[in-house]
Design a protein around this ligand. Structure first.
Ligand SMILES: [Zn+2]
Length: 298
Protein backbone atom coordinates (compact mmCIF):
# COMPACT_ATOMS: atom_id res chain seq x y z
CA UNK A 1 0.00 0.00 0.00
CA UNK A 2 1.47 3.32 -1.07
CA UNK A 3 0.44 6.88 -0.29
CA UNK A 4 -1.07 7.09 -3.78
CA UNK A 5 -3.08 3.90 -3.14
CA UNK A 6 -4.48 5.31 0.09
CA UNK A 7 -5.40 8.59 -1.58
CA UNK A 8 -7.11 6.78 -4.48
CA UNK A 9 -8.76 3.88 -2.65
CA UNK A 10 -9.95 5.75 0.43
CA UNK A 11 -10.95 9.12 -0.93
CA UNK A 12 -14.25 9.27 0.94
CA UNK A 13 -15.31 8.75 4.53
CA UNK A 14 -17.67 6.03 3.34
CA UNK A 15 -14.92 3.96 1.72
CA UNK A 16 -12.78 4.26 4.87
CA UNK A 17 -15.72 3.10 6.99
CA UNK A 18 -16.38 0.12 4.72
CA UNK A 19 -12.85 -1.14 5.28
CA UNK A 20 -13.03 -0.54 9.03
CA UNK A 21 -16.31 -2.46 9.25
CA UNK A 22 -14.70 -5.46 7.54
CA UNK A 23 -11.68 -5.28 9.84
CA UNK A 24 -13.63 -4.79 13.07
CA UNK A 25 -16.35 -7.35 12.41
CA UNK A 26 -15.03 -9.95 9.93
CA UNK A 27 -18.02 -12.17 10.75
CA UNK A 28 -20.62 -9.43 10.43
CA UNK A 29 -21.54 -6.34 12.45
CA UNK A 30 -22.08 -6.89 16.15
CA UNK A 31 -23.37 -4.47 18.78
CA UNK A 32 -20.44 -3.25 20.95
CA UNK A 33 -22.76 -2.98 23.94
CA UNK A 34 -24.75 -6.23 24.02
CA UNK A 35 -22.69 -8.24 21.49
CA UNK A 36 -25.81 -9.18 19.56
CA UNK A 37 -25.80 -9.34 15.79
CA UNK A 38 -29.29 -7.90 15.34
CA UNK A 39 -28.14 -4.63 13.89
CA UNK A 40 -29.18 -2.65 10.89
CA UNK A 41 -27.73 0.28 9.02
CA UNK A 42 -29.82 3.09 10.41
CA UNK A 43 -28.82 6.24 8.55
CA UNK A 44 -26.98 7.49 5.52
CA UNK A 45 -24.14 8.43 7.85
CA UNK A 46 -23.38 4.74 8.33
CA UNK A 47 -24.66 4.52 11.85
CA UNK A 48 -25.77 1.11 13.03
CA UNK A 49 -28.75 0.50 15.23
CA UNK A 50 -29.06 -2.43 17.65
CA UNK A 51 -32.61 -3.73 17.90
CA UNK A 52 -31.77 -5.70 21.02
CA UNK A 53 -30.54 -2.89 23.28
CA UNK A 54 -31.63 0.20 21.38
CA UNK A 55 -28.07 1.44 20.84
CA UNK A 56 -26.92 3.49 17.90
CA UNK A 57 -23.23 3.28 17.05
CA UNK A 58 -20.67 3.77 14.32
CA UNK A 59 -17.74 1.54 13.33
CA UNK A 60 -15.36 3.85 15.19
CA UNK A 61 -17.32 3.88 18.48
CA UNK A 62 -15.34 2.56 21.47
CA UNK A 63 -12.13 2.29 19.47
CA UNK A 64 -8.96 4.34 19.09
CA UNK A 65 -10.91 6.57 16.66
CA UNK A 66 -13.54 7.33 19.29
CA UNK A 67 -14.97 10.89 19.17
CA UNK A 68 -12.49 12.06 16.56
CA UNK A 69 -13.62 14.89 14.31
CA UNK A 70 -10.76 14.37 11.92
CA UNK A 71 -11.78 12.96 8.51
CA UNK A 72 -10.99 9.25 8.32
CA UNK A 73 -8.85 9.78 5.25
CA UNK A 74 -6.43 11.83 7.37
CA UNK A 75 -6.38 9.05 9.92
CA UNK A 76 -5.57 6.58 7.15
CA UNK A 77 -2.80 8.79 5.76
CA UNK A 78 -1.25 9.32 9.21
CA UNK A 79 -1.38 5.56 9.80
CA UNK A 80 0.38 4.85 6.53
CA UNK A 81 3.05 7.46 7.28
CA UNK A 82 3.71 5.95 10.71
CA UNK A 83 3.82 2.44 9.24
CA UNK A 84 6.10 3.24 6.37
CA UNK A 85 8.76 5.31 8.12
CA UNK A 86 11.22 2.86 9.63
CA UNK A 87 12.37 5.31 12.28
CA UNK A 88 8.94 6.73 13.08
CA UNK A 89 7.57 10.18 12.40
CA UNK A 90 7.23 13.19 14.66
CA UNK A 91 3.95 14.93 15.42
CA UNK A 92 5.44 18.05 13.79
CA UNK A 93 6.02 16.19 10.55
CA UNK A 94 2.46 14.78 10.61
CA UNK A 95 1.15 18.29 11.30
CA UNK A 96 2.89 19.69 8.23
CA UNK A 97 2.12 16.76 5.95
CA UNK A 98 -1.58 16.54 6.79
CA UNK A 99 -2.23 20.22 7.44
CA UNK A 100 -3.62 19.77 10.94
CA UNK A 101 -2.81 21.52 14.23
CA UNK A 102 0.08 20.32 16.36
CA UNK A 103 -2.28 19.21 19.11
CA UNK A 104 -4.35 17.16 16.66
CA UNK A 105 -1.22 15.59 15.18
CA UNK A 106 0.20 14.82 18.61
CA UNK A 107 -2.98 13.15 19.85
CA UNK A 108 -3.39 11.32 16.53
CA UNK A 109 0.13 9.87 16.69
CA UNK A 110 -0.36 8.79 20.29
CA UNK A 111 -3.61 7.03 19.50
CA UNK A 112 -2.15 5.14 16.55
CA UNK A 113 0.83 4.28 18.74
CA UNK A 114 -1.46 3.00 21.51
CA UNK A 115 -3.07 0.63 19.03
CA UNK A 116 0.37 -0.69 18.13
CA UNK A 117 0.91 -1.93 21.66
CA UNK A 118 0.97 -5.68 21.32
CA UNK A 119 -1.57 -7.61 23.29
CA UNK A 120 0.06 -10.90 22.46
CA UNK A 121 3.76 -11.33 22.73
CA UNK A 122 4.76 -14.95 22.15
CA UNK A 123 7.78 -16.23 24.09
CA UNK A 124 11.10 -15.91 22.30
CA UNK A 125 12.94 -19.10 21.50
CA UNK A 126 16.00 -20.49 19.75
CA UNK A 127 18.96 -18.12 19.92
CA UNK A 128 18.08 -14.97 21.82
CA UNK A 129 20.15 -11.82 22.28
CA UNK A 130 19.62 -9.48 25.20
CA UNK A 131 21.18 -6.09 25.79
CA UNK A 132 20.54 -2.79 27.47
CA UNK A 133 21.02 0.75 26.23
CA UNK A 134 20.40 4.33 27.33
CA UNK A 135 18.31 6.89 25.48
CA UNK A 136 17.40 10.57 25.85
CA UNK A 137 18.64 12.89 28.63
CA UNK A 138 22.21 13.80 29.47
CA UNK A 139 25.16 11.93 30.88
CA UNK A 140 26.23 12.98 34.38
CA UNK A 141 29.65 11.37 34.51
CA UNK A 142 30.63 7.89 35.55
CA UNK A 143 29.05 6.18 38.52
CA UNK A 144 30.09 3.10 40.43
CA UNK A 145 30.46 -0.26 38.75
CA UNK A 146 31.67 1.23 35.49
CA UNK A 147 28.17 2.21 34.34
CA UNK A 148 27.69 5.93 33.92
CA UNK A 149 25.01 7.53 36.03
CA UNK A 150 22.75 9.70 33.99
CA UNK A 151 19.40 11.25 33.37
CA UNK A 152 19.06 8.84 30.51
CA UNK A 153 16.37 6.22 30.38
CA UNK A 154 17.17 2.53 30.28
CA UNK A 155 15.89 0.42 27.42
CA UNK A 156 16.15 -3.37 27.54
CA UNK A 157 16.09 -5.15 24.21
CA UNK A 158 15.54 -8.88 23.67
CA UNK A 159 15.61 -10.28 20.18
CA UNK A 160 15.31 -13.76 18.80
CA UNK A 161 17.66 -14.27 15.88
CA UNK A 162 15.48 -14.52 12.81
CA UNK A 163 12.47 -13.67 14.99
CA UNK A 164 10.82 -10.97 17.02
CA UNK A 165 12.15 -8.02 18.97
CA UNK A 166 10.95 -6.87 22.41
CA UNK A 167 11.75 -3.44 23.84
CA UNK A 168 11.17 -2.33 27.42
CA UNK A 169 11.59 0.87 29.37
CA UNK A 170 13.29 -0.37 32.53
CA UNK A 171 13.83 1.29 35.89
CA UNK A 172 17.14 -0.41 36.63
CA UNK A 173 19.50 -2.97 35.16
CA UNK A 174 19.65 -4.99 38.34
CA UNK A 175 19.68 -8.76 38.10
CA UNK A 176 16.17 -8.87 39.58
CA UNK A 177 14.74 -6.65 36.88
CA UNK A 178 16.65 -8.42 34.10
CA UNK A 179 15.36 -11.77 35.41
CA UNK A 180 11.78 -10.49 35.24
CA UNK A 181 12.14 -9.62 31.53
CA UNK A 182 13.77 -12.97 30.80
CA UNK A 183 11.01 -14.91 32.58
CA UNK A 184 8.24 -12.96 30.89
CA UNK A 185 9.65 -13.07 27.37
CA UNK A 186 12.02 -15.97 26.87
CA UNK A 187 10.91 -19.58 26.62
CA UNK A 188 12.26 -21.87 29.36
CA UNK A 189 13.76 -24.22 26.77
CA UNK A 190 15.55 -21.48 24.85
CA UNK A 191 18.73 -22.78 23.16
CA UNK A 192 20.93 -19.92 24.28
CA UNK A 193 20.78 -16.31 25.51
CA UNK A 194 23.63 -14.05 24.40
CA UNK A 195 24.52 -11.01 26.49
CA UNK A 196 27.50 -8.79 27.18
CA UNK A 197 29.53 -9.20 30.37
CA UNK A 198 27.37 -6.92 32.53
CA UNK A 199 27.60 -8.31 36.06
CA UNK A 200 23.82 -8.42 36.51
CA UNK A 201 23.31 -11.13 33.89
CA UNK A 202 24.73 -14.29 35.51
CA UNK A 203 22.57 -13.79 38.61
CA UNK A 204 19.57 -12.81 36.48
CA UNK A 205 19.89 -16.09 34.56
CA UNK A 206 19.87 -18.09 37.79
CA UNK A 207 16.83 -16.17 39.05
CA UNK A 208 15.04 -16.73 35.75
CA UNK A 209 15.82 -20.46 35.81
CA UNK A 210 18.15 -20.35 32.83
CA UNK A 211 20.90 -22.97 33.05
CA UNK A 212 24.45 -21.61 32.79
CA UNK A 213 24.99 -23.64 29.62
CA UNK A 214 22.14 -21.67 28.05
CA UNK A 215 23.91 -18.34 28.65
CA UNK A 216 26.82 -17.10 26.58
CA UNK A 217 28.70 -13.87 27.09
CA UNK A 218 30.58 -11.63 24.68
CA UNK A 219 33.30 -9.49 26.25
CA UNK A 220 32.66 -6.02 24.89
CA UNK A 221 35.06 -4.44 27.37
CA UNK A 222 37.89 -6.36 25.75
CA UNK A 223 36.69 -5.02 22.39
CA UNK A 224 35.47 -8.45 21.32
CA UNK A 225 32.22 -8.15 19.42
CA UNK A 226 31.93 -11.43 17.59
CA UNK A 227 33.25 -14.78 18.77
CA UNK A 228 31.94 -17.52 16.53
CA UNK A 229 28.18 -17.38 16.94
CA UNK A 230 28.42 -15.37 20.16
CA UNK A 231 27.43 -11.75 19.58
CA UNK A 232 24.64 -9.30 20.39
CA UNK A 233 24.81 -7.38 17.11
CA UNK A 234 21.27 -8.29 16.09
CA UNK A 235 19.66 -6.61 19.08
CA UNK A 236 22.15 -3.74 18.84
CA UNK A 237 21.12 -3.02 15.26
CA UNK A 238 17.55 -2.60 16.52
CA UNK A 239 18.87 -0.20 19.19
CA UNK A 240 20.65 1.88 16.58
CA UNK A 241 17.41 2.21 14.61
CA UNK A 242 15.63 3.25 17.80
CA UNK A 243 18.28 5.85 18.60
CA UNK A 244 18.19 7.30 15.11
CA UNK A 245 14.42 7.50 15.48
CA UNK A 246 14.68 9.30 18.79
CA UNK A 247 17.31 11.73 17.56
CA UNK A 248 15.97 12.34 14.11
CA UNK A 249 12.23 12.33 14.41
CA UNK A 250 10.97 12.51 17.94
CA UNK A 251 13.73 14.76 19.31
CA UNK A 252 13.38 14.84 23.04
CA UNK A 253 10.86 12.29 24.08
CA UNK A 254 9.64 12.31 27.64
CA UNK A 255 10.22 9.38 29.93
CA UNK A 256 6.47 9.21 30.42
CA UNK A 257 5.82 8.31 26.78
CA UNK A 258 8.95 6.24 26.15
CA UNK A 259 7.16 2.90 26.59
CA UNK A 260 4.63 3.92 23.93
CA UNK A 261 7.39 4.86 21.48
CA UNK A 262 9.11 1.54 22.15
CA UNK A 263 5.85 -0.31 21.47
CA UNK A 264 5.51 1.52 18.14
CA UNK A 265 9.09 0.71 17.20
CA UNK A 266 8.68 -2.93 18.17
CA UNK A 267 5.38 -3.32 16.30
CA UNK A 268 6.80 -1.88 13.08
CA UNK A 269 10.10 -3.72 13.38
CA UNK A 270 8.44 -7.11 13.85
CA UNK A 271 6.26 -6.52 10.80
CA UNK A 272 8.80 -4.89 8.53
CA UNK A 273 8.63 -7.71 5.99
CA UNK A 274 4.86 -7.97 5.94
CA UNK A 275 2.98 -6.57 2.98
CA UNK A 276 -0.20 -6.05 5.04
CA UNK A 277 1.38 -3.75 7.64
CA UNK A 278 -1.01 -0.87 6.94
CA UNK A 279 -4.15 -3.02 7.02
CA UNK A 280 -2.92 -4.87 10.08
CA UNK A 281 -2.32 -1.55 11.88
CA UNK A 282 -5.85 -0.38 11.01
CA UNK A 283 -7.18 -3.70 12.34
CA UNK A 284 -5.40 -3.04 15.64
CA UNK A 285 -6.79 0.51 15.71
CA UNK A 286 -10.36 -0.57 15.23
CA UNK A 287 -10.10 -3.29 17.89
CA UNK A 288 -7.96 -1.49 20.51
CA UNK A 289 -9.69 0.31 23.40
CA UNK A 290 -10.28 4.06 23.57
CA UNK A 291 -7.38 6.31 24.58
CA UNK A 292 -8.76 9.60 25.88
CA UNK A 293 -6.84 12.86 25.79
CA UNK A 294 -7.31 13.09 29.58
CA UNK A 295 -5.69 9.72 30.11
CA UNK A 296 -2.82 10.59 27.81
CA UNK A 297 -2.04 13.89 29.52
CA UNK A 298 -2.77 12.78 33.10
ZN1 LIG B 1 -27.03 -4.01 21.47
Amino acid sequence: MTLVDVINLFDTDEKCRELLVRLRWPRGVECPRCKMAVVELATAKQLFYCKECDYQFSVTASTIFNDSHLPLQKWFLATLLLCESRKGMSANQIKRTLGVSYKTAWYLCHRIRAAMKEAERPMLDGTVEMDETFVGGKWRGAGSGGRAKSEKEIVIGIRQRGGDLRLFHAEHVTSGELAKYIKENVSADVDVIMTDEWQGYPKAMIQAGVHKDQHKTIRHKEKIYVQGDIYTNTVESAFSLLKRGIMGTWHKISAKHLAAYLAEMEFRFNRRKRSDLFIDTLRHMVTAPVLTFEKLTA
